[in-house]
Ligand binder design. Structure first.
Ligand SMILES: Cc1ncc(C[n+]2csc(CCOP(=O)(O)OP(=O)(O)O)c2C)c(N)n1
Length: 320
């Protein structure tokens, strides 16, 4: 399938934006007192989120986890409100209450992210059930890590989704590690996609560093879900360049392994593909890079200049 020029350029934009947004965070989270809480990044695996979400429509919903920046930016999150939230500022999408790990942007179809490993799949099943029951046009996409696929909740969710032919896509972002555990330390199977067979749904393995492959695979799975044919499990093979979080010294990740995967950079790959197809001039590429840089710098400035919430706001919008 030939991906239209606009879609190729859109994906390149979001790959570059996700990368620069997180490069900025990599530096900012090292400045004492700047950003509260843990910093978890998807650097190196951006093509999964970008390729998947680029295949979705505005009415589609994503349920994602602790590594969500590329997913949310591509779904349409304003980098300013995202950055302000990560800073814990009142102007953030959750008024400074969520920080980076529990971001929620229902207005763009991202009702919640959860850092509780395996929490997303049952929520996605509930959301997809609502879409089916109410005859809504959208579908749901659920992002999980490889480690999450060992949780019971993942298996229960796949079983029900298949049984009820729900409009949902489960995306396993297999970055080879779950915390400090390598894949072979938490499962004996090589392809997480094989788990789909146990629930009689298609299980597809895709090169998760190639946004174009992710995108075309996502389009097929979306069409299947929207046609009432049920869920798909897509395993995207990728790698996280950074540690589990930014305070992780990565002692368990061999240096040569990191170097080998850095050479497969998903952003450079898309840039090369776009150039090789003659879809962008050197000048326009520079302009795109400049636009991305402006967005990131504006987001930082907005976050820096925004106020923190007042103490009494801590109990607002809290339901118990
Ligand atoms: C139920 C639960 N168990 C453990 C944790 C601690 N924890 C947070 S992320 C993580 C690793 C998850 O690995 P994976 O699902 O592969 O996602 P990745 O971090 O690689 O993207 C763990 C163990 C948690 N947040 N929730």
């Amino acid at each position: 399938m030939t991906i239209p020029k606009d879609k190729m350029l859109e994906m390149l934009h979001f790959l570059m934006l996700s990368r620069r947004f997180e490069e900025a965070l990599t530096d900012l989270c090292r400045i004492e007192g700047k950003i509260p809480g843990m910093m978890i990044l998807c650097t190196g695996q951006e093509a999964v989120g970008v390729g998947m979400v680029a295949a979705l429509r505005p009415e589609d919903v994503i349920i994602t986890n602790h590594r969500s920046h590329a997913h949310l930016l591509t779904k349409g999150a304003d980098p300013k409100v995202l950055m302000a939230e990560i800073y814990g500022k009142r102007t953030g999408c959750n008024k400074g209450k969520s920080g980076t790990l529990h971001l929620a942007l229902p207005e763009i179809g991202a009702p919640c992210t959860s850092t509780v490993v395996g929490a997303g799949p049952p929520i996605a099943v509930g959301r997809a059930f609502a879409q089916q029951y109410r005859n809504e046009p959208g579908i749901t996409v659920c992002f999980v890590g490889d480690g999450a696929t060992g949780e019971g909740s993942f298996h229960e969710a796949l079983n029900l989704a298949s049984l009820w032919r729900l409009p949902v896509i489960f995306v396993c972002e297999n970055n080879r590690y779950a915390g400090a555990q390598r894949q072979e330390e938490h499962t004996r199977i090589e392809n997480i996609a094989d788990r789909a067979a146990g629930y009689r749904m298609p299980g597809v393995v895709v090169d998760g560093n190639d946004a174009m492959s992710v995108y075309t695979t996502a389009l097929d799975a979306r069409a299947r879900a929207a046609a009432g044919e049920g869920p798909t499990l897509i395993e995207c093979k990728t790698y996280r360049w950074r540690g589990h979080g930014e305070s992780d010294p990565q002692l368990y990740q061999p240096k040569e392994e990191i170097a080998a995967w850095r050479a497969l950079c998903p952003v450079a790959r898309m840039r090369d593909a776009v150039r090789a197809r003659g879809l962008i001039s050197a000048e326009d590429l520079k302009a795109m890079e400049a636009r991305v840089e402006t967005l990131v710098q504006e987001a930082i400035r907005f976050a820096e200049e925004s106020p923190y919430p007042e103490p009494h706001e801590a109990l607002e919008d809290v339901y118990a």
